[in-house]
Design a protein around this ligand. Structure first.
Ligand code: SF4
Ligand code: SF4
Length: 336
């Protein structure tokens, strides 16, 4: 198990200075492929996207996280829609159990596959036996554009009966009541605006491209006061995509390392937000710290942004489109 002092940034901090937290959770993004293409998606997932995390890679991440955080290590399985590769996911859980690893904290799904009770029962029983702790069903007005409410209700009710109510979570259950676009004859933009007022949104990925404009009310001057130093230090975990790219917390599309090249615990040990070639700019000056170099290459500042993450994603999208900072801004799936 690692201690904070094992990280290179923490080693040079004074005792009273804030340290980089040990990563305790890892979201294994089994695939970028999804049965939906929600406007809210942080990762630009859709039916056209690809990728499938090899079982060997997933197990190595799991082991590495456990090496770092011990009993506090929490792995969850996400996507894309992981149930599109159900057999692969089940095999992963079985292999993890054989390797002596703790079962996944939760598995996320959008319920698109839950079209009948027999398939639900069969799959959930198998996952339960393989060690799944919690089934997390995503639902809100953004998901409702692609996924029927009936599927979500069917999955939730069957899951509660099989797994027990404590092992099923719908995020967010309140949206199961109308109005919930598009079948409730409501105005799509109004519903989105209302949902954005209630639910937190980072405005990264597709959310930055399609939703942020609905609530953009901050000028670049107002965003200059936000840095991301604290965000990087306080983040308790990572998301890892099917190709092994590691993203700190929910900062999708900013690659801090790749587990195919070096194990996760070594990436954490070597991660220094103050010296990293790209992240240091975000850490010191927030996304506004990227503006000068972006403008020099032709970036045009928008009249308003929804948040610092909207600004960050908009500039990164610009860099991605012109092929700048290629090893850090990617992969393709996150930006197209
Ligand atoms: S938010 Fe979830 S369900 Fe929607 S496109 Fe992204 S991964 Fe798929
Ligand atoms: S501004 Fe960028 S680096 Fe900072 S928290 Fe948002 S996505 Fe992450």
């Amino acid at each position: 198990m690692k201690t904070t002092i094992d990280n290179i940034y923490n080693k040079s901090r004074r005792q009273d200075e804030k340290k980089l937290k040990i990563w305790k959770y890892a979201g294994l993004m089994l695939t970028y492929k999804c049965s939906a293409a929600c406007e809210f998606c942080y990762y630009h997932c859709s039916p056209q996207k690809k990728g499938l995390m090899p079982i060997k890679t997933a197990i190595e991440i799991w082991q590495s996280l456990t090496m770092m955080a011990g009993d506090r290590a929490l792995v969850h399985i996400t996507g894309g829609e992981p149930f599109l590769y159900f057999d692969h996911m089940l095999e992963l859980l079985r292999k993890a159990s054989e390797a002596g690893l703790k079962g996944p904290d939760h598995i996320e799904t959008n319920a698109s596959w839950a079209t009948g009770t027999s398939v639900i029962k069969k799959r959930l029983k198998a996952l339960d036996q393989a060690g799944m702790n919690l089934l997390k069903i995503s639902f809100d007005p953004f998901h409702a554009e692609y996924i029927s409410r009936e599927n979500v209700i069917r999955l939730a009710e069957t899951a509660k009966a099989i797994l027990g109510p404590d092992k099923v979570l719908i995020r967010w259950e309140k949206h199961l009541q109308p109005p919930c676009c598009p079948d409730d004859n409501c105005n799509r933009e109004d519903l989105y605006r209302k949902a954005l007022q209630v639910e937190p949104c980072r405005f990264t990925g597709r959310a930055a491209r399609t939703l942020a404009g609905l609530v953009a009310d901050k000028t670049i001057e107002q965003l200059k006061e936000y840095s991301c130093h604290q965000t990087y230090l306080d983040t308790k975990g990572v998301h890892i995509d099917p190709y092994g790219n590691v993203f700190s917390g929910l900062c999708s599309g900013i690659i801090v390392g790749n587990v195919i090249e070096r194990p996760l615990h070594e990436i954490w040990q070597a991660f220094d937000p103050d010296t990293h070639p790209f992240i240091s700019m975000l850490a010191k000056g927030g996304p506004a710290g990227l503006i000068d170099s972006a403008e020099a290459l032709g970036y045009k500042i928008l009249p308003a942004y929804a948040s610092k993450c909207h600004l960050c994603t908009d500039i990164r999208q610009f860099f991605f489109d012109i092929g700048e900072h290629k090893s850090i801004i990617g992969p393709w799936d996150c930006y197209t």
